[in-house]
Design a protein around this ligand. Structure first.
Ligand SMILES: NC(=O)c1ccc[n+]([C@@H]2O[C@H](COP(=O)([O-])OP(=O)(O)OC[C@H]3O[C@@H](n4cnc5c(N)ncnc54)[C@H](O)[C@@H]3O)[C@@H](O)[C@H]2O)c1
Length: 402
């Protein structure tokens, strides 16, 4: 069986790697020529634990191509292109529509499987858009960046959304050998499972952040509160860490898209409105704490430890650290950043000095803000940090330091 993958991002490459590792012939296509050239010479466009090794063992240069139709003439074609936020908060489906059209033209009747996160109803609208010239299924992806390959190889669950029995059977055959629990349903329900999952996780983060706001005022220790709650297996400890709000390429846009969908059918999702408002407030907390401690930030040397939106990845899309950097730049602060994996920033941040190590970054610092809970930051104690700095302002919105 041959597998086509459209889009060579986190999801596309993890999908390609996992099927290649399982022995399938895989063709992975992307419109980004630079990315494809890199992949053809064995380099990854981003860091992802274990991915390089899987491709080294299972890929051939011919596996990666900019020839999209080539990836469409496969037995199963996975759509893994991006679905960013449009200006009104809805999901921008233009990339999905574009590859669906390419696929329908190149291989009418192909099995076109949406792994991209798409609003409920998209599989059906794509089928209409290509005038029935594809067999469309929804198979949302639940991988976690930083564990993408492992998650693709050993999924926690597989959701198969099919409105057509023959497509459902093809996907059941493909995934049954993984041993993962399989939920088989219609396309609109499958699409909803993904949005509801991400929105729930975002809400869990905002919940503990709201509790953290209260704990800080009444003198309770939110870390112990979270630990105590997390031991209840009805609640669970994951996604219960207070911090400077959720970021990344998924939660913000998926919450926005689900709210937009709710509004469009007159079912406003009030809990997500609160989730979003709390998140915006927590994202501005480190900046507010800096102002409270330093007064004006003008010409102050401010160090930011951690740029990635979470540990284990070099992905900075919608990372809370970037919104802090923007605010501090607007106040004419002198900024130094250090992250174990992120070695450069987009040109908008050209004025920011990138340090080679956490401790080097602290030289002459007036303030330190810890924005990502990388394990290496946990090893520091406050006294060691304060000794290396000029000032004494340490802001730790993720409660990394003991
Ligand atoms: N990143 C995650 O952790 C994650 C997890 C689950 C689901 N998702 C969802 O999966 C989808 C992809 O996410 P991602 O993080 O892999 O995105 P990404 O931005 O890393 O990758 C998307 C890729 O699609 C390519 N692309 C865009 N238009 C194309 C076209 N017309 N033809 C071919 N390639 C095209 C881009 O060049 C890019 O390489 C999104 O819908 C996302 O919400 C992401």
């Amino acid at each position: 069986m041959t597998i086509g993958v459209l889009g060579a991002g986190y999801v596309g490459l993890a999908t390609a790697a996992s099927f290649a590792a399982r022995g399938f012939a895989v063709v992975c296509a992307d419109i980004d020529e630079k990315k494809i050239v890199k992949l053809q010479i064995g380099e990854l466009p981003f860091f992802e634990e274990g991915m390089k090794e899987v491709f080294a063992a299972a890929s051939t240069p011919a596996m990666f191509t900019t020839d999209l139709p080539k990836a469409c003439v496969c037995d199963i074609v996975f759509c893994c292109v991006g679905t960013p936020s449009a200006a009104d908060g809805s999901a921008d489906l233009s990339f999905v529509r574009s590859v669906a059209k390419t696929c329908a033209d190149a291989a009418p009747n192909a099995v076109f499987v949406l792994k991209s996160t798409v609003p409920p109803g998209t599989s059906r609208s794509i089928l209409e858009f290509v005038q029935g010239n594809l067999r469309v299924a929804a198979n949302p992806e639940f991988l976690r960046e930083g564990h993408a390959v492992q998650d693709a190889l050993n999924p926690s669950r597989v959701v198969i959304g099919a409105d057509d029995e023959s497509v459902k059977l093809i996907l059941l055959d493909l995934y049954t050998p993984t041993g993962a629990p399989i939920i088989s349903t219609n396309t609109v329900t499958a699409e909803m499972i993904k949005y509801a999952s991400n929105s729930f996780l975002a809400t869990k983060i905002s919940f503990i952040n709201d509790i953290a706001n209260l704990c800080d005022v009444i003198g309770a220790d939110v870390r112990s509160v979270a630990a105590g709650m997390g031991l209840d297996d009805r609640i669970g400890a994951k996604f219960l860490q207070p911090g400077p709000g959720y970021g990344g390429s998924c939660f913000p846009k998926d919450v926005r898209a689900l709210m937009h969908l709710g509004q469009s059918v007159n079912v406003p999702l009030r809990i997500l409105e609160a989730t979003t408002a709390i998140n915006a407030d927590r994202q501005s907390l480190p900046y507010r704490m800096l102002i409270e401690s330093l007064g004006s930030l003008e010409r102050k040397r401010i160090v930011v430890w951690g740029l990635a939106f979470k540990p284990g990845t070099d992905d900075i899309r919608d990372a809370p650290a970037l919104s802090l950097l923007r605010r501090c730049m607007a106040d004419d602060a002198r900024l130094v950043a250090y992250d174990p994996l992120v070695r450069s920033l987009p040109s908008e941040f050209a004025e920011i000095e990138m340090a080679g190590s956490a401790i080097d970054a602290l030289q002459n610092a007036d303030a330190l803000v810890i924005m990502t809970d990388w394990p290496e930051f946990v090893d520091f104690d406050r006294a060691e940090i304060l000794k290396a700095m000029r000032g004494n302002c340490v802001i730790d919105p993720r409660y990394v330091l003991r």
